[in-house]
Design a protein around this ligand. Structure first.
Ligand SMILES: Cc1ncc(C[n+]2csc(CCOP(=O)(O)OP(=O)(O)O)c2C)c(N)n1
Ligand SMILES: [Mg+2]
Length: 290
């Protein structure tokens, strides 16, 4: 843990995570990123569902809205529409985001809600003791797949690029500088920004370990000639998963956000608008029985 007591985005000394969990790297990088942007904790809202990843906001200063498993994104969408002055950071696990919340993942991207989405991708359902998730590799043996996972792993980056998400990135919990930089870029992006974060789970995933990633990850930013605005190249790159695993921003473009379609909400956040009480009463009266 970083010693950041007294800082704006102070993190907790005690957590419920296992020693060595990749979540610590993510928590540290998040704190560093927010601190580096010079934000105030009153300007930040974290929204999370259920899972070990979903506990992250409990361990860092800022506002928290904890919702149901798989419902992180619709809740974050509502919060952003109600108060677009806030930096809304949705945080969850691969199970929360791609299994229980898979449908919301698709539609939050289509709507291009202006939020940052951090997915702690440990390739298992960690909190419930390591069952296979949509991100588990084929052949992975878990409590629910004693003969190995039969399905192909879900590819969140390819899906996001296919849906024309404005900011699609991957980072690694073991590289705090890279992750912190990527979180800052995601927050600064106007529109839906996904960071799928490779997160070793030291207890339930003995395949995708720190050692596994250390020898494989390479940064797309260092790749000569890589053009993150070129959708077909980004899409092709999103399938590279083997001896070499790319991290960095795969794809970035600008397109209108959900808020842009609701001009009044952008000009004056809903929370600061005065309702027309008479009109509301008139509406309610229509539902009165008798
Ligand atoms: C609707 C619903 N389904 C299932 C559960 C049980 N459940 C709670 S956490 C969890 C797994 C979370 O996995 P993930 O989102 O990947 O987070 P991790 O713990 O791995 O960080 C499950 C299946 C639940 N609480 N609610
Ligand atoms: Mg998980």
């Amino acid at each position: 843990m970083v010693a950041n007591q007294g800082k704006e985005f102070e993190i907790a000394r005690e957590t419920a995570w296992c020693p060595g969990c990749g979540n610590f790297g993510i928590l540290n990088a998040l704190s560093q990123a927010l601190e580096g942007l010079g934000l105030k904790k009153s300007e930040v809202l974290y929204v999370s569902g259920i899972g070990q990843a979903g506990k992250t906001p409990h361990y860092i200063h800022g506002n928290v809205l904890n919702t149901l498993h798989g419902r992180t994104l619709p809740t974050a969408t509502g919060a952003k529409l109600a108060n677009n002055d806030l930096h809304v950071i949705a945080i969850g696990g691969d199970g929360d985001g791609y299994a229980e919340g898979g449908n919301h993942f698709l539609h939050a991207i289509r709507k291009n809600v202006n939020i940052t989405y951090l997915v702690h991708d440990n390739q298992v359902f960690g909190l419930t003791k390591g069952q296979a998730s949509p991100r588990s590799d084929q052949g992975m043996v878990t409590g629910t797949t004693p003969q190995g996972v039969t399905l192909e792993a879900f590819n969140p980056l390819a899906t996001a690029i296919t849906l024309n998400a404005g900011f699609v990135a991957r980072s690694y919990a073991g590289d705090r500088e890279h992750l912190s930089r990527t979180i800052q870029a995601a927050i600064q992006h106007e529109g839906f920004a996904l960071i799928d974060i490779l997160q070793p789970c030291v207890t339930f995933n003995k395949i995708n370990t720190y050692q596994f990633y250390r020898s494989r990850v390479y940064d797309l930013d260092q790749e000569e000639g890589y053009d993150r605005t070129d959708r077909p190249s980004a899409w092709a790159k999103s399938f590279e998963w083997g001896e070499r695993i790319p991290i960095g921003v795969f794809y970035q473009i600008d397109r209108p956000t959900l808020g842009d379609h609701y001009g009044d909400l952008v000009k004056t956040p809903l929370v600061r608008q005065q309702p027309d009480h008479q009109a509301v009463q008139g509406l309610l009266n229509q539902f009165r029985i008798g």
